[in-house]
Design a binder for this molecule. Structure first.
Ligand SMILES: O=C1O[C@H](COP(=O)(O)O)[C@@H](O)[C@H](O)[C@H]1O
Length: 257
């Protein structure tokens, strides 16, 4: 059973008794948004992170959703990617392919992975160009508020240090204001070379789900959702979309709230 512990902030915080219940709820959340956006826009633009998020999406590729979702309308993107070949164990594409994409009938052309033959800098430029083409072809919305691309939903995880995407605490990239996609060559978490969406893009989203499981993240969840904003904001605390933000926590991740 989920307990909602949202306070005055516009974020909703849902706490589940187990990561299994969290996965069931995240699948329903995603399927409901898919139905809504497929009806409204005839397309559904979904951004995923790497890491534990992909495991949390496991119920989406099981009945009833595997059969009820119109996967042909989905366009899938990565909020960040490691600059490694797509068959490398560090690849976020490979993680999503194995855990999710290989199990759904999504058209290959709707899976927007990075060009893994390029350097980090060139791969970031190339991915931004890909997004700009999709805006022109009306697959991707633009936010009237910010002028940045507006994805229908971002399904994101968070690292134990409070990083989201490849935006790390104390790194200057968290302050990027102009680029849609940027690169990092000194990621504190290996591998060092990565590309990442910037905060203006993340925060233009219509919906963001932050899925966080495990006691190892309880301290940072407590800091993020607590009242003490005296120190520098963690990247996860900078997630503040135009639309709705929902935190999906299992009881271990929520244990210090
Ligand atoms: O390196 C990364 O880490 C974060 C968090 O991963 P998790 O396994 O602690 O959930 C992930 O969201 C990001 O996409 C990935 O590149």
């Amino acid at each position: 059973m989920a307990e909602t512990v949202s306070g005055e902030s516009k974020a909703e915080v849902k706490v589940y008794d187990s990561d299994e219940e969290l996965a069931v709820a995240l699948a329903k959340y995603t399927a409901d948004l898919s139905e809504k956006f497929c009806k409204e826009r005839d397309v559904f633009t979904v951004v995923v992170s790497g890491g534990s998020l992909i495991k949390s999406l496991r119920k989406l590729v099981e009945p009833p959703y595997i059969d009820s979702i119109d996967w042909s309308k989905w366009h899938v993107f990565w909020v960040d990617e490691r600059v490694v070949p797509k068959d490398h164990p560090d690849s976020n594409y490979l993680l999503a392919y194995d855990g999710f994409l290989s199990k759904i009938p999504i058209p290959a052309g709707n899976v927007h992975a990075i060009n893994d033959a390029l350097s980090a800098e060139a791969a970031a430029d190339d991915y931004e160009t890909c997004l700009r083409h999709l805006v022109k072809s009306k697959i991707l919305d633009i936010s009237e508020e910010s002028g940045f691309p507006k994805f229908d939903v971002m399904l994101l995880g968070m690292g134990p240090d409070g990083h989201v995407a490849s935006l790390f605490p104390g790194h200057p990239l968290v302050h990027e204001k102009a680029k849609w996609v940027t690169f990092i060559k000194d990621s504190p978490k290996p591998p060092p070379n990565r590309i990442t969406f910037t905060f203006p893009v993340i925060n233009s989203s219509a919906n963001i789900a932050l899925a966080i499981v495990g006691a190892g993240k309880a301290d940072v969840v407590h800091k993020s959702l607590g009242d003490d904003k005296s120190s520098d904001l963690l990247p996860v605390q900078m997630v503040s979309p135009e639309g709705e933000l929902v935190w999906f926590l299992d009881k271990d991740a929520a244990s210090k709230l």
